[in-house]
Design a protein around this ligand. Sequence first.
Ligand code: FUB
Ligand code: ZN
Length: 640
Amino acid sequence: MDNKLYSEHIKLKNITINDPFWTNEQELVRNEVIPYQYEALHDRIDGAEKSYSVENFIKAGRVVEKLKNGEDVPVFPADKWCYDDKNTHPDAFRGWVFQDSDVYKWLEAVGYSLINHPDEALEEKADKIIDLICAAQLENGYLDTLYVINNRDEIFSNLKDFHELYCFGHLAEAAVSHYNATGKRKILDAACRFADLICKTFGEDKIRGYGGHEIAEMALIKLYDMTGKKEYLETAKFFIDERGKKPYYYDTVLGRTTVNDNYHYNQAHCEPRKQFEAVGHAVRGVYLYSGMADVAKRCNDEELFNACKKLIENIMHQKMYITGGIGSTVDGEAFTFNYDLPNDLAYSETCASIGLVFFARRMLEISPDAEIADTVERTLYNTVLSGMARDGKSFFYANPLEVLPEASHRDSRKHHVKPVRQKWFGCACCPPNLARMISSIGEYCFTENNDILYIHQFIGCEAKAKNADIEIISTYTENGRVHIKINPQKEFTLAVRIPKWCNNYKFSKPCEIKNSYAYFDIKSETEIYADFDMQVKMIKCSNRVRANIGKIAVTRGPFVYCIEEADNGKSLQMIKIKHRPEFRTDGDIIYAKGCREKECDILYSEWTNPEYTETEIKLIPYYKWGNRGENEMSVYISTL
Ligand code: FUB
Ligand code: ZN
């Protein structure tokens, strides 16, 4: 790890996306998701689960006003993860303890969207939300509606469960995005005031705690990068270094004298720099690892970077679905053990894949690695996009690789596996996370240092890099073709990722191939055509994954494919694909020769050769599944 080679991503304000595939996704977010979520946050969507988020900010604002006027404010218990409207006093906080974060994520997405596409009306809505948020901030900078409304004496008393540092993290990320978009400081100043309070509260000779749901680490780094205030970096590093030290803070605070809990769920079972296997709640994990990579880079901390490297390798090689999903179990929304990747029970939370992209991009900034960039691609084009319906109006939280609607309805172990996307969720972390990810997709395409510009993702855009103006004209998702125009201000090296899925590629200019990047010396205005052959492939999974023995998955370019009942009839488990079938493509549909095994209702009978009928299997990209009503779906197909 040589700090001279550290890179940065190109910031959103220097990128204009213009891509036949992603522009459409961004427009869906801008025109559908952001307005829809605004309504959801205000509880104005019929039939959707209540959010209460805006209501909580309004209530907290009233409390702050009363406190300023010296009026009495009632105290309500702050003792649950979720406060429903049946058993909650009308003036008390409602919803999940982290409900504020949904507003912040919406605001962050709005910031990115405004950078891409100025919109006065949307900016006005954001300003109104910002006024509500800022009105809910206590004089000392504290800002979390749960405690502001319910019980100000218990602030920071349950860091393990109650998400104050998590909500702070999302506030800070929203603030940076909004400031970058508008130059307005109101929410940024509010976030910095809360950050200052956090820095004053936590540290060596102060409270030696850390958040049960990580994100404050990477959020503090965003504030540090923006303000240069070293306390933000120090506190982010403190949160990482303190985590998992014995005696455990979470035991100490509960007055426990013996270690009677294990904190794998919170990645607090041991010090992060000694963590080499991804464990616990998957979103928390990848948010922590993102913060670790951020700190490793800024502090040139090789030990921390090595832990990050082991963690990402463990994820990519043993704990990630072919779709880029992570977290195999609903129990704790968590990673399980190596090669445990069940298809029908998969949790694979949308947020976890988004967090994996955050982590991967930070790793690329430290050290370019085509496998990590491939992982970003795998994750974005599959699990991230499958989280949102094609009309942008409904969402998946869990992203299974096999669905039988009857099982989802009748087997409680599979209640998390929804056969159709939901309008909204009481715990609505995923939809606004998707909105911020898709709106900021440009930040995942390039990294650069003074000498080398890396193109990791082939998304059509115009970008202002350190040494050049770049234009990418891309039909990558359709036919693997990318046209790169470079107008350099000085000589530099351009490195273009060669996707792992591609066996045959061509570049129109001479280059040196090293570690799956093609390196070009750029001395003057240049155009490069890259052609990546988008062959349809059958992919096998390690035979250590029990669920996939005798099965294959079909991929084309960055897309993983699946079969759905709407195209192939019920009982998808009867469909068998031939060993090396001829594939036929029509747009983004793939057809393959296969057959269907005859169904047998007798539970047990003596074995005979199965009977088959020939059939044509129709496959669609995984991210598009579930857009035609409830039906069976499977990524893996049995081979004949
Ligand atoms: O705890 C906040 C969010 O709720 C997590 O990131 C999600 O996994 C869900 O548990
Ligand atoms: Zn989520």
